[in-house]
Design a protein around this ligand. Structure first.
Ligand code: 3HC
Length: 286
């Protein structure tokens, strides 16, 4: 590998960010975990520790690996300090263009010239994010899947100006993490969400039109198609607001009515029933 990633900064310690920090730390690559508040950072570290403990209990890693992983994560509440000196910055902040804009503008000013930038966005154009920086050739999408320590895929999204060199470094880094990188080009929804979200949306339509209950829609897909969880349980797991945002990106991006979000999905998001994270979605989690 021409450039080896020896240190990484992960911006955001939510579900995806703490999972990404977990897999780098477990593979002995030091991580600067950047959060906006100490309580969010504490929550992220507690989740990482819980998930490492789960892996120790399943004998996937030993206690020394767990301790080394936890010790190799440093928490930063100052974004500019956290990105200084690292080889790769991965941004996993909420899917909101304004938040991403302010983060990437600051990162671009503070990071070293050699640093590669990756966004874990599931829907926002990599080309658009890259254009916020002065290094679009070093900007790429690194799309991980939830739960990050378990799911094998990293969908690597090449923006319009991403260089071959940047792609190669990120591809090899993904392999070092034990993941399988799959290259795709920057188009709305990439491949993963362009295929997944219409399936979830159709499952919501099936409920909306009274074809079947959520439980029965999920049973059909689990028992008939061997999906590990049905599309509606998966939608709850991803977050119904996230699903709706991604469908809107597909709908706006292609101007094709086949991506129109089901009115029931919109209504549930309006009601604040967002799935696991709010305790209610297609299922109840109380
Ligand atoms: N950290 C570490 N290990 C974990 C974990 C975590 N956060 N979550 C689960 N695991 C491990 C468990 O320990 C268990 O290990 P084992 O195989 O050695 O027993 C294994 O994963 C399976 O977990 P469970 O036994 O608790 O439960 P299940 O068998 O029901 O599996 C699941 C849970 C892995 C979530 C499975 O249901 C699944 O694969 N679901 C589909 C997930 C999926 O599609 N994710 C992609 C979402 S889309 C996305 O992220 C992209 C975005 O852009 C929308």
């Amino acid at each position: 590998m021409s450039v080896q990633i020896k240190s990484v900064a992960v911006i955001g310690g939510g579900t995806m960010g703490n999972g990404i920090a977990h897999v780098f730390a477990m593979n002995r690559i030091p991580v600067n975990l950047i959060e906006t508040k100490q309580e969010f950072a504490d929550r992220a570290m507690a989740t990482i520790e819980k998930n490492l403990d789960r892996m120790v209990a399943k004998e996937k890693i030993d206690v020394e690996t767990k301790d080394a992983a936890l010790n190799s994560i440093s928490v930063f509440l100052d974004l500019r300090k956290g990105v200084k000196g690292v080889d790769l910055v991965i941004e996993a902040v909420p899917e909101n263009l304004d938040i991403k804009k302010s983060v990437w503008t600051a990162v671009d000013e503070a990071a070293d010239a050699h640093t590669i930038f990756a966004s874990n966005t599931s829907s926002i154009s990599i080309t658009k994010l890259a254009a916020l920086t002065k290094r679009p050739d070093k900007f790429i999408g690194m799309h991980f899947f939830n739960p990050v320590p378990v799911m094998k895929l990293v969908e690597i999204v090449n923006g319009l100006d991403t260089s071959e060199e940047t792609y190669k470094v990120v591809e090899e880094t993904s392999r070092l993490l034990g993941k399988t990188p799959v290259p795709v080009n920057d188009m709305p929804g990439f491949v993963s969400n362009r295929v997944l979200m219409p399936m979830i949306n159709e499952a919501v339509f099936a409920v909306y039109e009274g074809v079947a209950t959520p439980e029965n829609v999920d049973q059909v897909m689990m028992l008939g198609m061997a999906h590990p969880m049905g599309p509606l349980r998966l939608a709850d797991f991803i977050g119904l607001d996230v699903c709706l945002d991604i469908l809107n990106v597909l709908y706006d991006g292609f101007k094709d009515p086949k991506y129109r979000p089901c009115p029931l999905l919109i209504k549930m998001v309006d009601a604040g029933k967002l799935g696991n994270k709010t305790g209610e979605g297609f299922y109840s989690y109380s």
